[in-house]
Design a protein around this ligand. Sequence first.
Ligand code: 6PG
Length: 468
Amino acid sequence: QQFDFGMIGLGVMGRNLLLNMADHGFKVIGFDKDEQKTTAFEKAATTGTTVKGVSNLKAMTDGLSLPRRIMMLVPAGKPVDDVIESLLPLVQPGDIIIDGGNSHYTDTLRRVQYLAEKGIHFMGVGVSGGEQGARTGPSIMPGGDQEAYPHVQPMLEAISAKFKGEPCVAHLGKGAAGHYVKMVHNGIEYAIMQLICEAYDLLHRGAGLSNDELHQTFDAWNKGELQSFLIEITAAIFKQKDDKTNNYLVDMILDKAGAKGTGKWTSQDAMDIGVPIPTIDMAVTMRNISALKSERTNSAALFAHSITPVTTDKATFVQQVHDALFFGILISYTQGLAMLHRASTELDMQIPMPSVVRVWRAGCIIRSTLLDLFTNIYDQNPQLENLLLDKQIANMLKGKEAGMRAVAATAVTNRFPAGALLNALTYFDAYTSAQLPINLLQAQRDYFGAHTYQRIDQPGSFHTEWNQ
Ligand code: 6PG
């Protein structure tokens, strides 16, 4: 039996991706050290598909047709290097190894080079959509090796989500571009999730909406211009009851977030290449603040203040929050996409922006109706630096600006920690200001450090002996 595709790691993602591939007619073999997982994997296969689980790596590599196509879905970091080392004696030049996890792009670049020296193709591929997406159609973000890509393209296209019949997978650039695009996808994901949480806080503790009303509100929003996967699942969450207490489950969950690192990496790399993405930064920061639960509890007692209820008429406020959320979400995409545009040249990744927004239209966590609009915009202008420079986007934001400012004002006055919303507005105000007070900052730098400044009336750089 010659298998078409092998998977290392039969955790939920690996298993589901492989079952998805088998459903599309490919013969698949999966490896996991844990025999329970290999058995469960075989059991879960659709009748009539060719699916095998093994707990011996050589049995997997020996069973694969050439060139071998092997994907790994293991935790990022050392496990990926360990898998590579264990595979090396079992593969041969021309074989293709794919890392489908959330690896840091610099690790991917290192691995590409390391394996290229041995004649082995290594591709970093972003996969988004969670468990369900992996089984029924994820958004897939491959990058790197152009020679290897055609060998895996048919499989990736078959298993990917489809947007109006078009597969949500495309080659997204050189080197580690696949993992880079996925990293920024996750940065945007962090920002949108935080924005939704802030909207929830304002509506729930601020305007007193019950979980039932929140469900109805988000459900209605999901039928309009906010239509997206994250709004959809948020609506569903407000309906879920806790088995143990019969309370609403959302009310039983501790307000303390974890993170696996991709959001932080997005912020770190944005700083490195000098791209402002403050809404994403703030989303990472808010998760970090949430983790300080005991410190927050102590300081809350010390300051003895709390949020104050919102007095705006309920229906008006719900509409304002809708507009503010839309505004914030649009700005989050704007920041992430501007970062990808810059990384494309700065890190020599040659990222095709129209393809990025295309593959995000279905399957991934940040899919929304907006992505179809972005596709039209980037198709017309693939080199667009920032969505805020597009007329259609400008008009959309103008329509939501009043709501956004009203909510920002309420959040500040009533003590809501709505950092992502406020940051989105600040970014907008700064990016759309021809004049910033940074002339003074340049003067300060020149004053104490002779850092020089440019003038508005003539070219060149200038220094002044300020303290005379
Ligand atoms: C996806 C998700 C997925 C995961 C991330 C974020 O696109 O399917 O982004 O990859 O949810 O790892 O996880 P954290 O919130 O734990 O960082």
